[in-house]
Each structure stands twice: as structure tokens, then as C-alpha cells.
Write a protein of this length. Structure first.
Length: 239
């Protein structure tokens, strides 16, 4: 498991990891089409083509990045009793990145069944690994990366002082019931990010400019201030 005792000891920060994994994911289908000269039935099916080595290589790169990623340590609250589940929550990014990396290796080493072949256990392992890998990537995009970004955005004084934003975030975080808790685990950070974005837009006067019929140049200028303000963090979060 990647070591994650201190946040300062990151091997890959979240921006680098997201950039590399995202670039590979976006480039993958185009690279496969360029090598094969045709569109395969699925990305996994490219293993049985001349792009097979590229498929395996890309998965091993993703797997190595995930295993080597030092996730952020979630500090426990004072007075909380220690347990396995508390430990798992504290090291969730580290644990899940390692699981995702291993899943990428399994996906590469156990190829999918070819289109005209009978199903085999090897193909089943492949699909299982692919599901785990995609789930981990979704977790980092929807939860881990945005959580860190939201924490940084909420340190800005002008954002901290917004009582309306505080009320919205409290309502998002205090939802009860199994369904809402599951929704919050998956979408809490995107919802908080959207709430922060709306508050920044309000502070910059973007909604007022649109409602008041301001010219296109004025609206675009305020939009630029919103997106690229605060160290371009809103732009990175949107991506």
C-alpha cells in the first residue's frame, strides 16, 4: 500500500494523477483506432488486435500511478474511538488507490474473451477488474479530488464569510437516511463545489449581469473572473 502518513509526502499530487490518467483515458480510443485502422467492439477488445500491447501498457501505467499515489490522510476527530472502520475512513484514498491499481493490473493480465469466443473465467476476471478500476476512478473524480479542492476554496475569506453558502453546505452534509447518505458519499463534493461556484459567481456579479441584460463582453469578462479566480481552482474543479 502506498504510504500516506503525511500529506507533505505525496509522490503524485492529485492534479498530476488526474492529468495523466485523464490524458491516457482520452487518448486511448484514438490511439487504438489509429493503430488498428478500425473501431473495435470495446476498448477491452483491442487486446486481441495489433493494439494489444498498447492496451496492456496503458493499464500498467494507470495501475502504477494508482499504487504509487499517496492519498491524503483524513484526520480523525478528537475523542473518536479507534476502530477498523475509522482507520479505513482515514486512509480511504490510500486503500482505494491501491485497490484500483491492482485492478488495473488484473484487467491487463486477464484479457477479455474475444468477440466470437465462448465466455471463460479469464474474461470474467477481466470484467471484474475493469468494474473495480472504473469505480475507483469515479471515486477520485467525484469525491477525493473535489474534496481537497473544496477545502482549499473554503479557506478564502470572502467565501468563508458567506452565511448563505454555509447554510447550503450544512444542509448537504446533514442529510439523514441511507439513500441520502449514499447520495452524499457519491455526490457531496460535487454539490458543495457547485454551491461554492454559485456563491463566487454571485460575489462577482455574474447572475446580476446576465439578468440585467449586460453585453456579451461584460458577461464574458465576469465569467472569466469566476472561472479563473482563486488560483484557477474553479477551472480545475470543472475539468
Amino acid at each position: 500500500m502506498a504510504a500516506s502518513n503525511q500529506n507533505e509526502n505525496l509522490v503524485f499530487d492529485y492534479r498530476t494523477l488526474r492529468l495523466i490518467v485523464g490524458a491516457i483515458a482520452l487518448a486511448f480510443p484514438f490511439v487504438v483506432v489509429a493503430i488498428v485502422g478500425d473501431i473495435t467492439s470495446s476498448i477491452s477488445a483491442s487486446y486481441h488486435t495489433t493494439a494489444g500491447n498498447v492496451f496492456v501498457g496503458f493499464l500498467f501505467i494507470i495501475g502504477a500511478l494508482l499504487v504509487g499515489y499517496n492519498g491524503y490522510f483524513q484526520r480523525a476527530r478528537k475523542g473518536e474511538a479507534k476502530s477498523f472502520w475509522k482507520w479505513l475512513l482515514q486512509f480511504q484514498e490510500d486503500v482505494l488507490s491501491t485497490i484500483g491499481g491492482l485492478a488495473a493490473f488484473f484487467t491487463a493480465l486477464f484479457p477479455t474473451t474475444c468477440d466470437r469466443c465462448d465466455p471463460t473465467w479469464v474474461g470474467t476476471v477481466h470484467y471484474g477488474g475493469a468494474i473495480v478500476l472504473v469505480s475507483v476512478v469515479v471515486y477520485f473524480c467525484q469525491v477525493a479530488f473535489l474534496r481537497r479542492l473544496n477545502e482549499k476554496l473554503l479557506r478564502y475569506e470572502e467565501i468563508q464569510q458567506s452565511q448563505d453558502l454555509g447554510s447550503v453546505i450544512h444542509a448537504i452534509q446533514s442529510a439523514t437516511g441511507l439513500g441520502r447518505r449514499l447520495r452524499n458519499f457519491l455526490f457531496r463534493q460535487p454539490l458543495i463545489f457547485l454551491a461554492i461556484t454559485r456563491e463566487v459567481a454571485r460575489q462577482k456579479g455574474l447572475p446580476a449581469a446576465v439578468a440585467g441584460g449586460a453585453g456579451t463582453k461584460a458577461v464574458l469578462s465576469k465569467t472569466k473572473d469566476v472561472v479563473f479566480g482563486h488560483g484557477k481552482k474553479l477551472a480545475r474543479g470543472s475539468v
